[in-house]
Ligand binder design. Structure first.
Ligand code: HEM
Length: 132
């Protein structure tokens, strides 16, 4: 029986997470995509941020697998206009940077995973950016 999108993504994420370089490369791609995004992280402790993203990505995947969205609503609040002020239009760059990183880190990457990752991430992104 074929894996569901969320299960295929969960397994792909497990393969990506074997290397800490996955998170370093993600922020290199993401911060390279816009000067405004780079500016948001000038005072950030990046080793800590990489660890926080490791958990954050897991919350997005678990949400797609049916977990409640409490953690994502917390992220929605911290990223909203009253917090880090992350405009909803920036999440497309976030997702593009993520896909670039996955393509080069998942040793079992196949093109179908691009559609699966984007579909699985979108539900959680909608929760976070919807709180803007
Ligand atoms: C902080 C996840 C999108 C900028 C965080 C934290 C997590 C996280 C887990 C730390 C916890 C917190 O402070 O609430 C995510 C996820 C995203 C996302 C899962 C996508 C779905 C973005 C985007 C930006 C951004 C698009 C745009 C620049 C920041 C900033 C911080 C942060 C500036 C605080 C950094 C600091 O403490 O100095 N994010 N984030 N995030 N995120 Fe995001």
């Amino acid at each position: 029986r074929p894996l569901s999108d969320a299960d295929a993504v969960f397994q792909s994420y497990g393969r990506c997470c074997r290397s800490e370089r996955f998170f370093e490369d993600f922020y290199t791609h993401f911060m390279g995509s816009s000067e405004a995004i780079r500016a948001k992280f000038v005072d950030t402790d990046m080793p800590a941020q990489r660890h926080l993203l490791r958990a954050g990505l897991l919350w997005l995947i678990m949400y797609a697998r049916g977990a409640p969205g409490g953690k994502l609503r917390d992220l929605g609040k911290s990223h909203s206009r009253g917090g880090y002020d992350i405009h909803p239009s920036w999440y497309g760059l976030w997702l593009d940077a993520l896909m670039t990183t996955i393509r080069s880190h998942d040793p079992e990457y196949v093109p179908e995973l691009e559609r699966q990752w984007r579909a699985v991430m979108q539900g959680g992104i909608d929760v976070i950016s919807g709180a803007y």
